[in-house]
Each structure stands twice: as C-alpha cells, then as structure tokens.
Design a protein around this ligand. Structure first.
Ligand code: AHR
Length: 502
C-alpha cells in the first residue's frame, strides 16, 4: 500500500454541534495550581486580588470555557465553608488527599472572581467523601440562591450580593477509588449521589449534575460501577464522568501515540453502559458524558514520592511535557471530537503547574508547555460542527494495540466564520505522510494557514531556561485545488489546516 492517507468530509455528515465545554480544564487545590499558580499575592504580575496576570493572559489565549474546581481528590476531605468569609479567620487544615497544609486563603468567592477575569465558567465539585446531603444543599444555597435565607445571606455578608449562578456541579470525585477519602461502594455512592442531587435541584432546578463514573477503565469495578450508579441516579443527573491518564514509562512512543484508541474504546463502552440503563429504565433521556479528567501524567511520579509531607503548595505533579506528549494530547483531543455527540464536556487535567499546559516560577515567569499548543488550537479553532472523518490510512501494530492508523484526523466546520479546520496528527515517527482531504460538498476552499508543531527531538520540552523550544510554526505546505486539499504532514507532527470557504 502506498504510504499516503486521505480523508473525505461532507458538511451534511455531522457528528455533533460541539458543546464548547469540550475544551474545559481543571484546577485543584493541589501542589502549586492555586498558590503560586493562579494566585500569588505579592508577585510583580499579581493584581490587587493576588491573581497573577501573566497566568490569566495565558489562560485567556486558551479560551477555556469551563474549569472544574476545587478537586479532584482534594474535594473529598474539603469543607467549602473553610474557604469563605474573612481570610484571617479561615483555618489552616491538614489536607489528607495530598498530605499538605491547606491555608484556605483562596476559596469559592475568590475562584468565582478569578474565573470571571479568566473568561471561564465554574464547574463546582461537592464533597461526597466526608460530607453528604446537608452540605450539598448548603453549598448550592450559598452559591446560587438570590437572598433571604441563611446561606444566601451569608454570601451577601461576605460581599457577594449577586448569586454566583454556578450551573454545572460534580457529585463528588472518583468515589470508587481506594485512595479516595470516604471511598464508597457503587450502591453507597449511588444512594448518596441521588439524594444529594435531589436537594441540590430543589434549591436550584436549573443546575446540571455530573455523577462519578469509574476513576479509570482499569478499575476492577468498571463498568459494573457505571451501571449501578446510573441505576440509582439516572433521573437526577445529566452527565456521567470518565477519567483517564496516559503515560510512556517504558519509552515506547509508537504505543504511547496509539493510546487515544484506548480512550475511544473507553468512551464507547461507557456510552453503551449508559444506553443499557436507559433501555432498562424505559427512559427518554440520553445520558451525556463528561470526560472531566484526561491528560498525559507520568513524568513526575518519582519526584512526588520524595516530597516531604505537610508543606504549603509544594511542587506536586509537575510533569514537564515533551514534544511526543503534545502529539498524544493532539490525538486525545481528536478522539474527544470524534465522540462529541456524547462527550459534551471534558476537562484537560489540569491547567496550571499540576500536570498542566501552563507552568510558573514562584515570583518569576509563566510559560506554555508543549501540550498548550494542541489544546489552544482545538479550543480556538475547533468550535462548530464536528464532521464524520472518513479516513484511509496505512496502519501499524503496537504493544497491546493493533491497527493504529498513522493518520489521526478530524475536521470542524465553523459556519459563522465560514471556515473548516482540519486537525491532523502524523503518528509516523520516521516518515512524512502525504494527505489528501476531499471537501466535496464545500466547493472552493482556500488555505488560510497550515500550522505545524514538530521537533526533531521528541523528548524536547519547554522549561524555565528555554520556554520556547517547542512552538508551532506556520510553514505547513497545505494547498487547495477547488475542494481538494493536499498537504505533506511531517513525521511525528501536529497539524492545523485552516480553510476559508467562498
Ligand atoms: O488530577 C490529579 C488527580 O487525579 C485528581 O485529584 C484525581 O481525581 C485523579 O486521580
């Protein structure tokens, strides 16, 4: 077979109108995500609230539509009330999930203020580890009830007369995991999630809720967990969560690049489980998925084991991302887009310093990691309709994954901008891949730009000493001839081909 790939897309073959929340992210009270990340009073770039403007500006470039907060494992031991009211009265607590000290100088109200500045919505996770139904109703009343009740008036007394109007809420975090504070069986979790959801929606019927799915597809209780949890919660929730992290500890890059196929399998089997419960319940409602933790995570594992406990904001989970990690993130973004009819929300975990596209130095600079770029390109240019990708590509076999296509690709049609954007990864580590895209129903196309992220060294990173080692360039060779677009995708590259329509 000739070493070349092709893709046909048609404006009538639509996977979905993409929910912008597919490009969400996540900030946990963990490591230097909050303290030293988004919030560092006294930093030369901090505003009067202590919000680092250099970091905010980078986040604004990503156009992050929604951010999950405050955890993560952290939330299962967190009392949200510790983080509101006068700062000098807030307690310092032992934080048991990550074994640090939580000073509580940043909490719900600061996060809402910060999110407005960053131009993003809040996805608030409640604690269903050590807390339960009563706290669930209180936190929604504090955040969203206009006035005239104990908790809403408390918010007003803290300086926030207007309700925060938080629309999206997670019912706990990874409650199946033995590491989770207050881990539960599927039945225990299903019951408490249902009862919490009930009171939360009695307080504010406009909110949307996410129930916890398995914390990964490797969990022994997967997918029975999903079925049991949904059996209890189906009528009260709009989303079921998925979490998955990928790594390359064995330095097998071909396999690592194929891991997005595992993500797709995971999505398909969770979708099937949701539809099984839908059928069982004779329900008219279709459950949507929230892939609210996904990323590459493995570089920092050894360093984390050596950290001393009970520090404030130690450097935890500080993965330094390589060029090959950026390719994997690109493939994972395409996988999410391919399933965007059911995956309506997703969160790149996380956003700053902790397994993050953005890094900072305490008191110093902020910079973009390699994975920042595919995430930014997808978030900025991947809005509109995801089109069915009819792909022909040569394939390879990797460890535990067969038939990995060298080409991973999808096109998004943005009707408003009158543009089609093709996202494409060439997984071939040794050879360029000629690509032909047939956009038959779109008529004449013109190439606006062909952005490429590539580097001869797949282990190259952006670090404090050289924050711009891996950056995209505009020198791709895509060319249009009527409705046909051809390009040569460099070996091991991430490509964004933006096409204007006449
Ligand atoms: O994102 C880091 C951690 O990964 C989160 O706290 C937890 O939910 C997951 O296991």
């Amino acid at each position: 077979m000739k070493h070349a790939a092709s893709m046909i897309v048609d404006k009538d073959f639509i996977i979905s109108t993409i929910d912008n929340r597919l490009y969400g992210s996540f900030i946990e009270h963990l490591g230097r995500a909050v303290y030293g990340g988004i919030y560092e009073p006294g930093h030369p770039q901090a505003d009067e609230n202590g919000f680092r403007q250099d970091v905010t500006k980078l986040i604004q470039q990503l156009k992050v539509p929604i951010i999950r907060y405050p955890g993560g494992n952290f939330v299962s031991g967190y009392d949200w009330k510790d983080g509101v009211g006068p700062k000098h009265l807030r307690p310092r607590r032992l934080e048991l999930a990550w074994r640090t000290i939580e000073p509580n100088q940043f909490g719900m109200n600061e996060f809402v203020d910060w999110s407005r500045q960053a131009g993003t919505d809040v996805m608030w996770a409640i604690n269903l580890g050590t807390q339960g139904v009563e706290d669930a109703r209180q936190v929604v009343e504090y955040a969203n009830h206009p006035a005239g009740s104990y908790w809403s008036d408390l918010r007003t007394s803290h300086g926030y007369r207007q309700p925060h109007a938080i629309k999206t809420w997670c019912l706990g975090n990874e409650m199946d995991g033995p590491w989770q504070i207050g881990q539960k069986t599927a039945v225990e979790y299903g019951r408490i999630a249902y009862e919490s959801a009930k009171v939360m929606k009695l307080v504010d019927p406009t909110i949307e809720l996410v129930a916890c799915g398995s914390s990964s597809r490797e969990m022994p209780t997967y997918p029975e967990w999903e079925a049991t949890v949904l059996d209890h919660t189906y009528d009260q929730v709009e989303f079921l969560s998925l979490h998955s992290y990928y790594g390359n500890p064995e330095n097998d890059t071909a396999t690592f690049l194929g891991r997005s196929l595992h993500m797709e399998d995971f999505i398909k089997s969770v979708t099937a489980t949701c539809d099984y419960i839908k059928a069982k319940k004779r329900s008219k409602k279709t459950m949507m998925l929230s892939f609210d933790e996904w990323n590459v995570w493995f570089h920092s594992n050894d360093a984390d084991k050596k950290l001393e406990p009970w520090q404030i904001a130690p450097p935890q989970l500080e993965d330094m991302y390589t060029m090959e990690d950026a390719l994997v993130v690109g493939c994972l973004l395409i996988a999410l887009l391919k399933h965007s009819d059911r995956v309506r929300m997703a969160c790149l975990a996380q956003l700053v310093n902790v397994i993050a596209p953005i890094m900072t130095e305490n008191g110093g600079q902020a910079w973009a990691q390699t994975i920042f770029y595919p995430y930014m390109h997808a978030s900025v240019h991947g809005r509109g309709k995801a089109l069915v990708p009819l792909v022909q590509s040569p394939k390879y076999d990797a460890k535990g994954i067969t038939d990995v296509p060298y080409l991973e690709s999808i096109a998004v049609f943005n009707e408003e901008a009158n543009e089609v954007t093709v996202f494409a990864v060439n997984r071939d580590l040794a050879n360029p891949l000629p690509l032909e895209v047939d956009l038959r129903s779109f008529g004449q196309c013109r190439v606006i730009e062909h952005i490429v992220l590539e580097n001869q060294d797949l282990k190259a990173v952006n670090d404090a000493a050289n924050p711009n080692r891996v950056v995209p360039h505009n020198g791709g060779n895509a060319a249009a001839d009527g409705a046909k677009v051809s390009a040569t995708l460099s070996k091991a590259s991430w490509n964004v081909i933006r096409l204007g329509l006449n």
